[in-house]
Design a protein around this ligand. Structure first.
Ligand code: ACM
Length: 526
């Protein structure tokens, strides 16, 4: 594909006068030690799509050469890609940079380079002559996937990781626990998967009174599944950030272990929304979650570990003897400070283990834990306040980052919720709030989009909501400079051919296919 079809847009690109490099049965790839992972990836992916052997060369006879050179001045995750009369050369600042250079190289080939087997024996695999120098604007280019409301099978998570990598995103935030399901095997507490990993039925849509489907839903990742997911992501330079949501959004865990809760025994939730059943604040519950996190830390090497902290109703704590005792004992002002006290226990726990606590912006209420990094979702205010107080932040405000929100005003949008968030809105959103432009911008680690799955009951519906908005987001998170949707759209249209080749069931720019609609299912548009 032509060099002006790249997504995300590279920092510097010029086209050269050479004919370009045609990949043939004798094309060889060579890589220095630090780029070997990228070499293996490129050979596997391009080998499958082209049917070419792409054998290992020895430097002299290799047409594609991959290397890592921290002294090349390319910047963290940066790379240079040159295709000229000699061949194709990728130099990464670091192994991630080499990988992104190879991703760009793949985008320069016809879209069929994204297929898993050759479809045209006469295809010509030409890399156009270019010189590209590129590096990301932000170090945190993330996507949160809610695999708790609706489980996403491991196979589809691996596929999703490939799609993130294709877009040069580098954080997969996995939302693993919810009122409606617990998706992670914890060896010490088997009932979290025996009981909490499934529900008897699910609410369909967001109507009132709720409608249920009468169909059990569930699933979980074994610890080996997680090891596989984490390693697969790491090979693509993606960090998997786990989220175990406390002290709210915990009804599934309470269903499995009623002693964690404040009230009557409950089942795994079947309906959506903010649920009153929350964790109690006993020493035993804190101990339980420390034991859970011990296993989580063993599985996920990520520095950042998300403890949720969002949407924790305080009703039960107001009536709870233990909660009121804890407030008195710790000299806390109210239930807001009690939540902060709870979160701080895990801030200390994580800091002692060399990790960092990540939480939704409610963790500001009642005082932010000293080591906390904040995900600003209820607008930008939380992120601004946290950054001004010297905390790191990740920006993901609902009105620009919630990919479960409807993609147009149209009546055809499936189960429309939230405000309208078009691909153009996502594309033009500026991750750094104006209030931080003068001071505090350095606290913005980056941005992420969030894909909540109450209304996404299959990987097909995740595809519909994620794409092409995730492609638009990738450019906002990676590329410096002004973003004009009129310039982006033709590039996006060419990029859709790549998504087609990958088998992504995105929302066409003109609106949903008939089979992507959900007539008769009530949403909650705002
Ligand atoms: C959230 O959307 N509850 C973080």
């Amino acid at each position: 594909m032509p060099a002006d079809s790249l997504v995300p847009r590279p920092a510097e690109l010029s086209t050269g006068d050479y004919d370009g490099l045609v990949l043939t049965p004798s094309t060889r790839i060579d890589a220095d030690h630090a780029a070997r992972g990228t070499e293996a990836w490129l050979r596997t992916e391009l080998g499958a799509a082209t049917g070419l052997p792409l054998q290992r060369g020895d430097g002299q006879n290799a047409q594609i050469r991959l290397s890592v050179d921290p002294a090349a001045g390319l910047g963290s995750e940066g790379y240079r890609l040159i295709v000229d009369g000699e061949g194709a050369l990728v130099v990464g600042h670091d192994p991630a940079g080499a990988f992104y250079g190879a991703q760009t190289l793949r985008q320069l080939l016809p879209a069929a380079a994204y297929r898993r087997a050759p479809v045209d024996s006469a295809a010509r695999w030409t890399l156009p002559s270019v010189r590209i120098t590129d590096r990301p604007r932000f170090g945190w280019r993330g996507c949160m996937l809610d695999v708790a409301r609706h489980f996403m099978p491991k196979h589809d998570v691996l596929r999703f990781i490939d799609l993130l990598a294709m877009h040069k995103l580098n954080v997969l935030h996995l939302h693993l626990t919810e009122d409606q399901g617990w998706r992670l095997e914890i060896k010490r507490y088997p009932r979290l998967t025996e009981v909490a990993s499934w529900r008897t039925e699910s609410q369909v849509g967001a109507g009132s009174p709720p409608v249920f489907d009468g169909r059990p839903h569930g699933g979980f990742y074994t610890q080996d599944d997680i090891r596989e997911i984490v390693a697969y992501a790491a090979a693509r330079h993606i960090t998997v950030v786990p989220e175990i949501d406390v002290p709210g959004h915990s009804q599934a865990a309470i269903a499995a272990y009623p002693e964690l809760g404040e009230g009557e025994p409950v089942g795994v939730a079947r309906h959506w929304g903010i649920i009153d059943n929350v964790l109690n604040v006993t020493d035993a519950t804190l101990e339980f979650y420390r034991n859970v996190f011990d296993e989580v830390l063993e599985l996920f090497p990520s520095t950042y570990v998300c403890v949720g902290g969002d949407e924790c109703p305080k009703e039960q704590w107001r009536r709870s003897e233990t909660a009121q005792w804890r407030i008195r004992e710790e000299g806390l002002a109210d239930e807001g400070e009690l939540q902060s006290w709870f979160i701080r226990r895990f801030d200390t726990y994580l800091a002692e283990r060399g990790r960092r606590l990540l939480g939704w912006d409610e963790i500001l209420e009642g005082g932010l834990a000293p080591g906390a990094t904040v995900m600003s979702w209820r607008g930008t205010e939380g992120g601004i306040a946290a950054a001004k107080a010297g905390h790191d932040v990740v920006m993901c405000p609902t009105d620009t980052s919630y990919l479960d929100y409807r993609q147009s005003e149209g009546d055809d949008e499936p189960i429309p919720v939230g405000t309208v968030l078009t691909a153009a809105d996502v594309y033009t959103a500026e991750p750094v709030p104006a209030e931080l432009a003068e001071a505090g911008a350095e606290r913005v680690l980056g941005a992420q989009v969030n894909i909540w799955s109450e209304h996404l009951d299959s990987p097909r519906s995740v595809d519909y909501m994620a794409f092409p908005r995730l492609s638009a987001f990738a450019e906002a998170a990676w590329s410096e400079g002004a973003r004009d949707y009129a310039e982006f759209q033709p590039r996006l249209e060419r990029h859709l051919l790549r998504l087609d080749a990958c088998g992504v069931e995105y929302r066409p720019l003109s609106g949903p296919h008939p089979w992507q609609r959900r007539p008769g299912v009530t949403g909650r548009p705002r």
